[in-house]
Design a protein around this ligand. Structure first.
Ligand SMILES: NC(=O)c1ccc[n+]([C@@H]2O[C@H](COP(=O)([O-])OP(=O)(O)OC[C@H]3O[C@@H](n4cnc5c(N)ncnc54)[C@H](OP(=O)(O)O)[C@@H]3O)[C@@H](O)[C@H]2O)c1
Length: 215
């Protein structure tokens, strides 16, 4: 079972939809269980034969083996401080790219004392297995079930088996390719590509992704 905390937003919805279409049982989490149920029902309309439920973030975290963090960076510390217990021993996939928007300057990365959101998550959850992935995957494209994603997902972690598991999940989304990004310390560079992509999207009016050549 895969859970998407903050899965009522576009990124969590998109990833939940794609992985449900690949046959995974998924559960949308929210600070409000009713909002999660509504989002799950809406998503289930977009594809046939998918298993998508909704629950509070805490119940979703409890129910799942792999838990995706798909809420804004501001929510990371307060959310994870409350969920240390249900997340113990679990694979936690940090999708968060800490970003700010300034008038006239577009998107820019927010400095994180730990180095990256993913490293901060690992500090907050010492008994969980944090993997950083999907920070550059466009929510717009993920939410369109017929759109081919065509890009790379760089996967970083200090835990080898959980990293391999998340790379397998990437492969379940047609045309997305996992790239082993090494240790969790490298998540910083991946997270910081996202504000660049947001600015490129504005210039070209597209949903840009990334591709590593030469592999
Ligand atoms: N959008 C993209 O294209 C994209 C691409 C790559 C990575 N990401 C990353 O994915 C994450 C989610 O992106 P998004 O665009 O889906 O975000 P979002 O729409 O701003 O937020 C997603 C959900 O997070 C919950 N939330 C909002 N503020 C929160 C807080 N302070 N504490 C806890 N939960 C909160 C809300 O759900 P409830 O109110 O139901 O709890 C909201 O629906 C972000 O960290 C972003 O950097 C996004």
């Amino acid at each position: 079972m895969l859970a998407f905390l903050g899965g009522t937003g576009p990124e969590g919805k998109g990833l939940a939809l794609r992985l449900a279409m690949a046959g995974e049982a998924v559960i949308i989490g929210s600070r409000d269980a009713t909002r999660a149920t509504t989002a799950a029902e809406e998503l289930a309309q977009l594809a046939t034969g998918v298993r998508i439920d909704g629950a509070s973030n805490a119940d979703a975290a409890q129910a799942a083996d792999v838990v995706f963090l798909t809420f804004p960076y501001e929510g990371q510390r307060p959310t994870l401080e409350q969920l240390q217990e249900p997340l113990k021993g679990k694979v936690v996939v940090d999708v968060i790219a800490p970003m700010q928007f300034q008038r006239g300057r577009g998107a820019s990365a927010v400095e994180v004392a730990a180095g990256s959101a993913a490293q901060e998550a690992q500090e907050l959850l010492p008994d969980s297995l944090v993997v950083a992935a999907f920070q550059n995957a466009s929510a717009e494209e993920l939410q369109q079930p017929d759109t081919v994603m065509d890009g790379d997902v760089v996967v970083c972690s200090d835990h080898q088996e959980p990293k391999a598991l998340v790379m397998e999940l990437v492969r379940k989304i047609p045309q997305l390719r996992p790239v082993d990004g090494g240790s969790l310390a490298n998540a910083k560079y991946v997270e910081q590509i996202t504000p660049l992509l947001v600015n490129i999207n504005r210039i070209y009016k597209i949903h840009a992704g990334i591709k590593i050549v030469g592999i």
